[in-house]
Design a protein around this ligand. Structure first.
Ligand SMILES: *[C@@H]1O[C@H](CO)[C@@H](O)[C@H](O)[C@H]1NC(C)=O
Ligand SMILES: *[C@@H]1O[C@H](CO)[C@@H](O)[C@H](O)[C@H]1NC(C)=O
Length: 331
């Protein structure tokens, strides 16, 4: 490493201080929002933000999925531990960073942390506006209106609490190392259909609290898709959108406007959250193959259909292959 370890540590401490002030800024932002939200359904009420933080804790508990542990930096009680970078970062930091001294954009610049971030700052090089640490780029709460130009080596992008409205096809073009994109709490209503599909390493796409009405084409390696608290309609999910996603384990679509359960669902799925939608009915073969009574879906342990206008008792033959009944209204 060119930079002494102590400098990197200092950067992390400063970053942590910046993170710690987030909830307050966020609260202010949310209070200003009702007029910006226009038809403001429940999605953008201040209280819901707290709710979604709670859900993040559930996410952490849900599995051994490692990258998700860095959600801890949003939870106040995790502050102490979040000083240490998530596993994925510490390992890549020592291996990737030294290999790329020739690239201007990937130079770590802890000393620039103190730069004032103004609304015009997105015209500055990304690693001045954001914090680049190893293969991670942190752009939380930086007044961004679009995805910044990212270093080729970026593996983890955090650009939460900004004002990004659209993801364009060129935004992530050629970023073959990109594993995780977290754009929680922006104003994204449009994702170009080919903006994400060709990202070969993408595992986690985290988009809660945006304004999406439709999903783009998804890359086949994706493991976690979180689109809670958007405006997704069933017509915005292509038939068979998830069929080829053989690594998809966590599909979070709660708090949207869906009126049916999307399918077919890949066998890899462990968690399907659809609470707070408008689902009234389901197909007999949504979860289990009615022709194949030995068919099981041992992985799918966590299905949430509560707060939907569906009477789950009416579909009693639809659950035989599941290890556990869905959560919802049986009466
Ligand atoms: C870094 O940026 C400078 C100034 O733009 C440029 O002259 C130089 O060639 C760049 N170096 C590399 C390795 O890209
Ligand atoms: C739900 O379905 C069950 C089984 O057919 C039925 O007995 C019950 O009355 C239904 N509940 C409501 C609220 O419609």
């Amino acid at each position: 490493m060119r930079f002494p370890a102590s400098l990197s540590l200092l950067a992390l401490v400063l970053q942590e201080a910046r993170q710690a002030s987030l909830p307050e800024k966020e609260r202010r932002r949310r209070e200003e929002q009702p007029q910006a939200a226009g038809d403001s359904n429940a999605v953008l009420l201040p209280g819901d933000y707290a709710l979604s933080l709670d859900n993040y804790d559930e996410v952490i508990d849900l599995g051994s999925y490692q990258e998700l542990t860095d959600y801890g930096d949003q939870a106040p009680e995790a502050k102490g531990t979040s000083l240490a970078p998530p596993n994925g970062i510490s390992s890549t930091q020592s291996t990737v960073a030294p290999r790329t001294p020739s690239s201007n954009a990937t130079v770590t610049r802890p000393a620039m942390l103190g730069l004032p971030v103004s609304p015009t700052s997105h015209s500055l090089p990304t690693c001045l506006v954001c914090v680049c640490l190893g293969s991670s780029v942190y752009c939380d709460d930086a007044d961004l209106e679009s995805i910044p130009c990212l270093p080729q080596t970026t593996a983890y992008l955090y650009a939460r609490f900004n004002s990004i409205r659209r993801i364009r096809a060129r935004d992530f073009k050629g970023l073959t190392k990109l594993k995780k994109i977290d754009l929680s709490s922006n104003f994204i209503s449009t994702i170009d259909d080919d903006a994400l599909y060709l990202l070969p390493a993408l595992q986690a796409l985290i988009l809660p609290e945006n304004r999406l009405t439709a999903l783009p084409r998804l890359p086949t390696g994706i493991e976690v898709l979180d689109v809670r608290l958007n405006r997704l309609q069933s017509s915005g999910i292509q038939p068979g959108a998830f069929r080829a996603l053989e690594k998809l384990q966590f599909l979070y679509l709660a708090d949207n406007l869906l009126d049916s359960i999307p399918g077919p669902l890949p066998l890899s799925l462990r968690s399907l959250h659809l609470q707070n939608n408008r689902i009234e009915t389901m197909q007999k073969d949504t979860f289990c193959d009615p022709e194949e009574h030995k068919h099981t879906r041992r992985q799918l342990e966590d299905i949430r259909l509560d707060s939907n206008p569906i009477n789950l008792s009416l579909f009693s033959s639809a659950y035989f292959c599941l290890p556990r009944l869905p959560i919802g209204r049986f009466s």
